[in-house]
Design a protein around this ligand. Structure first.
Ligand code: PMP
Length: 306
């Protein structure tokens, strides 16, 4: 997806001009994938831009850094303020916010511990991830031939930059095959998640989603949607799922910061439910969009105004 430049990028404590945000070719993370990151969205609210669950995202960033034994050179509070400063400086009403903590320039070789830890935060305008049609009528997916990384190979619960070559391979396969995105099976063959999304399905009025032990990222949208669904009166069960559970589901949808709540209308050329956005998906999707825009008091604490 092309990115349109905005005014500023936050780099190691300073707001620098977009075109001046440069790093050295010997940046450790560029060679070995030794970075961690977050994907966050800010939405337009009546009281200006609100960053959705910013604190939770920065806390997850810190946890990811800890897994990779990177000490963040800024506190969670400092990075929260940095994200807000950046959105303010760029004058964006709504945008995507991408903090990256990474091993910088200084040392080569596989032992990263001597390389400096640097941080940048970028924000840009980002519309719907899988397209308006997918958001309204559902996405067409395939089950990837690429397995989701085994959490004993790479920690699936952390957002390491290097881990995303796994998702990238699946995404390429899906797009080349004419689909919008892919669902990945975990090492045990059960359903894990999308390339950058968690998966939910509805059967006989119950909502199911794979548990942490299926090797999925504990998505912040996943958590929000579980809360919303329960508040709407649905039972949500975290349970391992088989691919046939998807084929025979009444409804199915993806959640993620980028994908928001995107219905799934087809998987492996099989129609899911009615073949369009189902009523429960719609109800959850509408509540989610109300929450992110600060329109629902019950979820007001999720919206962190800049
Ligand atoms: N799974 C993976 C692999 C992801 O990359 C993402 C995006 N961060 C998600 C799920 C959804 O997580 P979140 O709702 O926190 O964006």
């Amino acid at each position: 997806m092309p990115v349109e430049p905005v005014a500023k990028i936050w780099m190691d404590g300073e707001l620098v001009d977009w075109n001046d945000a440069k790093i050295h070719v010997l940046t450790h993370a560029l060679h070995y994938g030794t970075g961690v990151f977050e994907g966050i969205r800010a939405y337009e609210t009546k009281r200006g831009p609100g960053i959705f669950r910013l604190t939770d995202h920065i806390q997850r960033l810190q946890q990811s850094a800890g897994v990779y034994m990177m000490e963040m050179p800024y506190t969670v509070e400092e990075l929260i303020e940095a994200c807000k400063d950046l959105v303010r400086a760029n004058g964006l009403e709504s945008c995507y916010v991408r903090p990256v903590v990474y091993r910088g320039y200084g040392e080569m070789g596989l032992l990263p511990l001597g390389a400096p830890v640097n941080v940048f935060i970028v924000s840009w305008r980002w519309g719907t991830y899988l397209g308006e049609d997918a958001l309204n009528n559902g996405a067409r997916l395939m089950i990837s031939s690429w397995r989701r990384i085994d959490s004993n190979a790479l920690p699936s619960g952390a957002k390491g930059t290097g881990q995303y070559v796994n998702s990238s391979l699946a995404k390429i396969e899906a797009l080349k095959g004419g689909y919008d995105d892919a669902i990945m099976l975990g090492p045990d063959g059960s359903i894990a998640e999308g390339t950058g999304e968690n998966l939910f399905l509805l059967r006989d009025g119950l909502i199911f989603t794979p548990p942490r032990s299926a090797g999925v990222l504990m998505g912040i949208t996943r958590d929000s949607v579980i809360r919303i669904a329960r508040d709407l009166g649905y039972d949500v069960v975290e349970q391992k799922l088989l691919r046939s559970d998807i084929y025979t589901a009444d409804e199915c949808f993806f959640t993620g910061t980028a994908a928001e709540v995107t219905p799934i209308r087809e998987v492996d050329d099989r129609t899911i439910g009615s073949g369009t956005r189902g009523p429960v998906t719609k109800e959850i999707q509408e509540t989610f969009f109300g929450a992110v825009k600060g329109e629902i008091d019950r979820y007001a604490s999720w919206v962190e105004l800049v």
